[in-house]
Design a protein around this ligand. Structure first.
Ligand code: CA
Length: 246
């Protein structure tokens, strides 16, 4: 558990470099199918994760905070998309959706709802762990970097890579983990065009086989949150660039 004064004390004391171990990662598994849940719990625990299991949407929303959420879309009491929306409205926890095979509509909608990634059933356990590592490694790496020069200003837009916070004219903009990664990636070189392939390889996994529409969905979500389409310009046939609206 994080002590109440964690934020204050971490600033007062010199930052220690604590390696992130798998055992530190707490997974909330939201899955009503008992056989899938049991095998996932066994596998994740064997891989060193701590797992909390919720068999319903209601239980998921009452569960303690986790480092990552595995969320089945088809739950007995609630639509998984509503659970995703509710979780996302109160935290930036990485969410990986467990979707039914070939359900393209749900994938894209899920990503628009704030999920960070998805796997399609039936998925391999190895693939799932790779996705979990990808989403949790990114946030751990950013948190432990401790770089005091991590705050970048692009006009009124402030991107703090250490705390993974974004402010626009001093007002915090709540982004999902993937939205932040995408914005921070484009911000490496404001004005430069990044191709979809660059973006997919650097923000998602290199072995990402999902639709490139995923990038567009995340761009659309960031633009909406920044309140101006022009922050991220689509360069037809090439990719995207981040620039202060002129
Ligand atoms: Ca289900």
């Amino acid at each position: 558990m994080i002590p109440k004064s964690a934020e204050a004390s971490s600033r007062a004391a010199p930052t220690r470099s604590v390696p992130t171990t798998l055992s530190a990662v707490h997974i909330l598994l939201v899955e009503d199918d008992r056989s899938i849940a049991v095998s996932l719990i066994d596998g994740l625990q064997a891989a060193g994760y701590t797992v909390t299991h919720a068999a319903t949407g209601a239980a998921a929303l009452q569960a303690p905070p986790a480092d990552a959420v595995l969320l089945d879309l088809g739950l007995p009491d609630m639509d998984g998309r509503d659970v995703c929306r509710a979780l996302r409205s109160r935290s930036n926890v990485p969410i990986i959706m467990l979707t039914a095979r070939g359900d393209e509509f749900d994938r894209v909608l899920g990503l628009e709802l704030g999920a960070d990634d998805y796997v399609t059933k039936p998925f391999s356990f190895r693939e799932l762990v790779a996705r979990i590592r990808a989403v949790t490694r990114r946030s751990a790496a950013t948190e432990s970097s401790g770089d005091s020069n991590a705050t970048q200003m692009i006009g009124p837009l402030e991107i703090d890579r250490r705390t993974r916070r974004v402010r626009l004219q001093g007002v915090e903009v709540i982004l999902t983990a993937k939205e932040f990664d995408l914005l921070a990636y484009l911000a490496i070189d404001p004005g430069a065009v990044f191709t979809r392939t660059d973006i997919l390889e650097n923000v998602w996994d290199v072995n990402w086989f999902g639709p490139t529409k995923t990038v567009d969905a995340h761009v659309a979500a960031i633009r909406k949150k920044l309140g101006d389409q022009r922050w991220i310009e689509a360069v037809r046939g090439i990719g995207f660039r981040l620039e202060q609206p002129g």
